[in-house]
Design a protein around this ligand. Structure first.
Ligand code: PLP
Length: 438
């Protein structure tokens, strides 16, 4: 209650905007996720630059959410902004390629180790496209995903297991008007026998995965898990799609390069656009050839994939500049170092007050969860959730000018997040833990 009062007192302009906004948007926000923050109303932003943003009430915040990875490159990185504005004044929507297309595709190929790329509007859009291709190439109908995965608002992937082990749509989503097990098999993370059983049941075109779960806290793969996944996909002729949209935080070539993974296709979105919408998907030579052979370019539909604004000139310029000049290998080294500092700060407070929470780091991303050991499945991670405790910690941080990723206790570092930014969190987190457990 003290923290809620503190929030109310400090943010009258946000309150005013919220009340105005509610006249034409039920929750006062342009997209529902923006209503998910702690506090009585959303914080309206005035300006965001680098690792910080200032709200309309003039309060400076260290942004450890970074647009839920959309701004892992930092807000308004100068190189990306220059490329975007340059291209904007030279035309953005052409349905014809620009020189940036080849440059962006070759950078992505080098980063993620698969040679053949296409561009989309977002990671969701890229996932949808690839799912179609895998169905077309394999002639199979269903896809497999991990329980507690998130791959965007893709109907087939918006599925979970209920308490009886049946595949059902995730809460709050009606989904397509067919029983979901006709489109989707759901297997727990790190569960090779369950995966083999799902593949053996047949009709699986693709296994769409994050190499570590990042949307239910962080769940890391057991040693050998990915080698076994690769072997099963090969044995059953299932196309392995690795969605690196969030796990890109693991390093300049994502987890694919950090852990030498061997996907048939790769999805990436969010941060590569330097702050504007962009998505891309890459394919191995073999898979790209199979896709190409299955397509009839004379047919206007070309496989039911693509979009008018996909691969637009501005997003290609943004990707070229962001990968080339912002999210460089050097930048990743700094981001990971900052994240190790963040993790150490959190761990020190937990140790001091003898609080047995797990802290997990995945490169430039880290998280604390309310359980004593690292979760190995999404279900274990989900059961550690404590909404009220999380709201308190996030609001406490927000009142001290720190934004934590909602839904989880997650922090992400940008190339320009500084040691002082991290220290601000360390001090505030210690104070919060002390207020609860001293
Ligand atoms: N894939 C993963 C792994 C994600 O975490 C998300 C979003 O959080 C998406 C895809 C969808 O991204 P977008 O909403 O930008 O399409």
């Amino acid at each position: 209650e003290v923290e809620v009062q503190r929030f109310r007192a400090a943010r009258p302009q946000s309150d005013l905007l919220f009340r105005q906004a509610k006249e034409h948007m039920a929750d006062g926000v342009p997209m529902l996720w923006m209503a998910k923050w702690p506090g009585p109303w959303p914080v309206y932003v005035d300006v965001a630059q680098g690792a910080h943003f200032r709200c309309v009430d003039g309060i400076d915040h260290v942004d450890l959410c970074l647009g839920d990875t959309g701004a892992m490159c930092g807000h308004a990185p100068p190189a990306s902004v220059a490329a975007i504005t340059h291209q904007l004044s030279r035309g953005s929507t052409l349905m014809l390629p620009t020189a940036d297309a080849a440059a962006a595709a070759s950078m992505l190929a080098e980063r993620f180790g698969v040679p053949s790329w296409q561009f989309a509007l977002s990671a969701t859009d890229a996932n949808r496209s690839l799912i179609r291709y895998t169905r077309q190439v394999t002639g199979r109908r269903r896809i497999a995903v991990h329980d507690y995965c998130y791959h965007g608002t893709v109907d087939e992937a918006y599925a979970t297991l209920d308490e009886n082990g049946a595949v059902v749509s995730r809460r709050g989503n009606i989904g397509p008007p067919v029983p979901l097990d006709e489109t989707t098999a759901v297997v727990p993370f790190n569960d090779i026998p369950a995966l083999e059983e799902a593949f053996a049941a047949g009709d699986i075109a693709a296994f769409l995965i994050e190499p570590a779960l990042t949307n239910i806290g962080i769940v890391l793969p057991d040693p050998g898990y990915h080698a076994a996944v690769r072997e099963l996909c090969t044995r059953f002729g299932v196309v392995l799609i690795i969605d690196e949209t969030h796990t890109f935080s693991a390093g300049p070539g994502g987890m694919i390069r950090a852990d030498a993974l061997e996907p048939d296709a790769v999805v990436i979105g969010k941060s590569i656009g330097g702050g504007i919408p962009a998505g891309a998907y890459g394919m191995t030579t073999e898979f790209a050839a199979a896709v190409r052979a299955s397509l009839d370019l004379e047919d206007i539909d070309v496989g039911g994939v693509g979009g008018t604004l996909a691969g637009n000139a501005v997003s290609l310029a943004a990707i070229r500049a962001t990968l080339g000049e912002v999210l460089t290998a050097d930048a990743f080294a700094g981001m990971i170092e900052r994240c190790t500092q963040w993790t150490a700060g959190v761990q020190a407070a937990l140790d001091e007050f003898e609080v047995p929470w797990q802290v997990t780091q995945l490169g430039a991303r880290a998280e604390y969860s309310f359980r004593a050991t690292a979760p190995t499945t999404g279900s274990e991670a989900a059961h550690a959730d404590d909404f009220e405790l999380q709201q308190y910690l996030h609001l406490h941080a927000l009142n001290r000018g720190i934004l934590i990723t909602p839904f989880h206790n997650m922090a992400l570092m940008s190339p320009v997040t500084s040691a002082a930014d991290v220290e601000r969190h360390t001090v505030a987190f210690r104070e919060a833990v002390e207020s609860l457990y001293a």
